[in-house]
Design a protein around this ligand. Structure first.
Ligand SMILES: Cc1ncc(COP(=O)(O)O)c(C=O)c1O
Length: 421
């Protein structure tokens, strides 16, 4: 558990970061917004950053890192992309939100739909949570049914949280969970509630190891039972070659949700889908003050153009494979209790520590990450990583060198955790 920053001794490589963290304890419940949770510990890992460019970020104490967090996937091209940001600034200089409609809304949707075969209409939002919540609402109206089935993280809204006392009563009966790796578990939900499930929403990174056949099977179960099949590509769209998981697998979901890499750091999201389903959204209350904001749409248009022009997705794949191959070799060489894999595919790599003794596993994990951060490489211990177009082969190789040293340091500190069969 994270210590209270005010209880921590002050000898730390992150004194400014720690001072800001202490200030935040009085200002923000829990001392940070949820995505700003400590990577290891406020004493041992940076909490505050002040600049990012390409694949690099700088913390407030002046340390430079090769970054693989990419703001939880918001950046596919890299931080502060000049072309994208210039497009957004120019659009903002003309007034970013003009009350009613703007021609850019249409260009944005036309360009987006052109990249998702089978999708004919769309609606625009600011965040992934909004898009997934809207997709469910559209599906309910399209089918006249109320319950939904889900697999994965789809955002912070009530329906997607653990069904505890913080969310309205009754949600557990409305929002049913299935195992993404087992299509029969989805059929079982339809059998339990015949004619009542409006939508199946799947985050494709839940199908592990990646299997196109499993995703097709889940779509088949959904369609056979008259539900709208929603592929939640908030993380995977514009990241997985040739453009999305659905294009890789060769399916056309009824609805698709996208966000994150689409705006390369500018907040934009969308629901896309087949005309017969999307038309149900006509006149529906899916409205918020900032939905029509156009600077982010200009950023998204520039991002999509760069992705096509510069072969971005092939690069993400190649760099992801280079990282995973290198990590797998290091894991073997050091006999680390860990496994490197794409979650679900190489552009989104991750390293999972697997020692059967949970407390030893946690120790070796936190030691490894602390050592990696100290060597100028930012990897998240609990969330999959993201490759960007700005990561060069030399960045991956430097990151691997840091991992090599960090495994060795972790072995020196926790030898009991190594050489496990
Ligand atoms: C698959 C998926 N869907 C939805 C969301 C929610 O997006 P946001 O955080 O922009 O609300 C996320 C966020 O991580 C996600 O990964």
């Amino acid at each position: 558990m994270t210590k209270n920053a005010s209880d921590l001794p002050t000898a730390t490589p992150f004194p400014k970061s720690l001072a800001l963290h202490r200030r935040a304890e009085r200002l923000i419940p829990g001392a940070h917004h949820l995505s700003g949770r400590p990577l290891v510990d406020p004493l041992l890992s940076p909490m505050y950053f002040e600049r990012g460019k390409g694949a690099r970020v700088w913390d407030v104490d002046g340390h430079e890192y090769i970054d693989f967090l990419m703001a939880f996937g918001a950046f596919g091209l890299g931080y502060a992309n000049e072309e994208v940001d210039r497009a957004a600034f120019e659009q903002a200089s003309r007034g970013s939100l003009l009350s009613l409609n703007h021609p850019l809304h249409l260009r944005f949707l036309e360009e987006l739909l052109a990249r998702f075969p089978g999708s004919e209409m769309g609606a625009f939002f600011k965040t992934g949570s909004e898009a997934t919540t809207a997709a469910l609402r559209i599906a309910r109206r399209a089918t006249g049914r109320r319950r939904v089935a889900r697999a994965g993280y789809h955002g912070w809204h009530d329906w997607c949280l653990p069904h505890n006392e913080e969310v309205p009563a009754g949600l557990a009966a409305q929002v049913l969970e299935f195992n993404a790796n087992a299509p029969p578990s989805l059929q079982a939900l339809f059998d339990a509630y015949p004619g009542e499930v409006a939508a199946v929403i799947l985050a494709p990174e839940m199908v592990l190891p990646f299997s196109g056949e499993t995703i097709v099977a889940l779509q088949d179960v959904s369609r056979r039972n008259g539900a709208v099949f929603i592929l939640d590509e908030v993380k995977t769209a514009f990241r997985i070659a040739p453009g999305s998981v659905q294009r890789r697998v060769g399916i056309q979901p009824d609805l698709t949700t996208v966000s994150k890499a689409l705006g390369n750091g500018w907040p934009v999201a969308a629901v896309l889908g087949k005309r017969n389903v999307m038309e149900s959204a006509a006149g529906m209350h899916l409205s918020a003050t900032y939905h029509g904001e156009t600077a982010s749409m200009a950023a998204a248009l520039a991002t999509m153009a760069i992705i096509d022009r510069d072969g971005v997705l092939a690069h993400l794949w190649e760099m992801g494979e280079r990282f995973l191959d290198g990590l797998t070799a290091l894991v073997r060489a050091h006999r680390v209790p860990a496994e490197a894999y794409g979650e679900p595919l190489p552009p989104m790599p991750f390293l999972r520590f697997t020692h059967p003794d949970a407390s030893l596993n946690a120790l070796v994990q936190s030691t490894f990450y602390q050592e990696v951060h100290a060597r100028g490489v930012l990897l998240h211990p609990r969330h999959l990583w993201f490759i960007s177009h700005s990561h060069r082969p030399s960045d991956i190789d430097r990151a691997l060198d840091a991992c090599d040293d960090a495994f060795a340091a972790a072995r020196r500190r926790e030898p009991r955790a190594f050489d496990h069969p």
